[in-house]
Design a protein around this ligand. Structure first.
Ligand code: HEM
Ligand SMILES: [Ca+2]
Length: 298
């Protein structure tokens, strides 16, 4: 029941306003694209794309964004949505949902860093709840999880093994904090390229004292969305254990090889999987609301 032209009458400048907002933000803060992409994943994957991750906690409710796995979600992802919502409320009050804004802003930011375009269907409504306890029941993938567990988590949401590998291409941009992979750096059987392991040891040597230390997910082309992520994996240049696992496991490796060789195929499959992710568990009609502010239920 969602349509691509949902706001064409009620808010004709919808797409222009989002594009202006994300362009300004990405120029001043080039980490925004990766920040919002991860935020979008953490909104959609647990309970559907309903902007539940944007809700702030109150004295009576600990919200999703304060679940421990979400504490590292970068502020710039939240900020770009606040900016777009503010501009859209001025142009078309009480009309555009926060979940539609996240979906389109993510797509538009991805395009600015070189990712393929895909249409985003619109008409989502926003959740009326957000509860951190839902997130702690490990519904989001952990870098230390075995590939079998990751496959299960994606298949439980009707994403195939191939779609999981394509979506993991998101790690073509952005960075990870040292604590997410530091344990792997000192292991002999880590699968890291030895020179890469040495560089990581150096980069992270002070991480217990400085938890902000982080490393690019794709050391070769960190700010460009491309298939380099897959080319890195066979060389031992995958940063997270879960990245490396996609290459070492026979169920996922054929897709890593495919995408490493064929960027067009990767782009086609990534675009399809992102469109599918953006439709996962969406709420329409009375199951949701158009939030007036993205960080609070009406
Ligand atoms: C397959 C299982 C996955 C695991 C285990 C995983 C895990 C992680 C971890 C631990 C980080 C580092 C976070 C930090 O230190 O701040 C990260 C970063 C990131 N993840 Fe994933 N992720 C997975 C799949 C995905 C998917 C499907 C997407 C999007 C479609 C995604 C998008 C991102 C992005 C864009 C970043 C960089 C964030 C930034 O630079 O601010 N990840 N991921
Ligand atoms: Ca959600």
């Amino acid at each position: 029941r969602l349509t691509t032209d949902f706001y064409s009458k009620s808010c004709p400048r919808f797409h222009d306003i989002i594009r202006d907002t994300i362009t300004n933000k990405q120029i001043t803060t080039p980490t925004t694209a990766a920040a919002l992409l991860r935020l979008f994943f953490h909104d959609c994957f647990p309970n559907g794309c309903d902007a539940s991750v944007l809700i702030s906690s109150t004295p009576f409710n600990k919200a999703e964004r304060d679940a421990s796995i979400n504490l590292s979600l970068p502020g710039d992802g939240f900020d770009v949505i606040v900016r777009a919502k503010t501009a859209l409320e001025l142009a078309c009050p009480n009309t555009v949902s926060c979940s539609d804004i996240i979906s389109v802003a993510t797509r538009d930011l991805l395009v600015t860093v070189g990712a393929p375009y895909y249409s985003v269907y619109l008409g989502r409504r926003d959740s009326r709840t957000s509860n951190s306890s839902l997130i702690s029941a490990d519904v989001l993938p952990l870098p230390s999880s075995p590939i079998s567990k990751l496959i299960q988590q994606f298949e439980a949401r009707r994403f195939s093994v191939q779609e999981m590998v394509a979506l993991s291409g998101a790690h073509s941009i952005g960075f990870s904090h040292c604590k997410e992979f530091a344990g792997r750096v000192t292991r002999q059987d880590s699968g890291y390229n030895p020179r890469f392991a040495d560089a990581l040891k150096k980069a992270c040597s002070n991480y217990p004292k400085d938890p902000t230390l982080s490393v690019f997910n794709d050391i070769m082309t960190p700010n460009k969305f491309d298939n380099m992520y897959y080319q890195n994996l066979p060389k031992g240049l995958g940063l997270l254990e879960s990245d490396h696992g996609l290459y070492s496991d026979p169920r996922t490796r054929p897709f890593v090889d495919l995408y490493a060789k064929d960027q067009d195929r990767f782009f086609k499959d990534f675009a399809g999987a992102m469109q599918k992710l953006s439709l996962y568990g969406v709420k329409t009609g009375r199951r949701g609301e158009i939030r007036r502010r993205c960080d609070a239920i009406n």
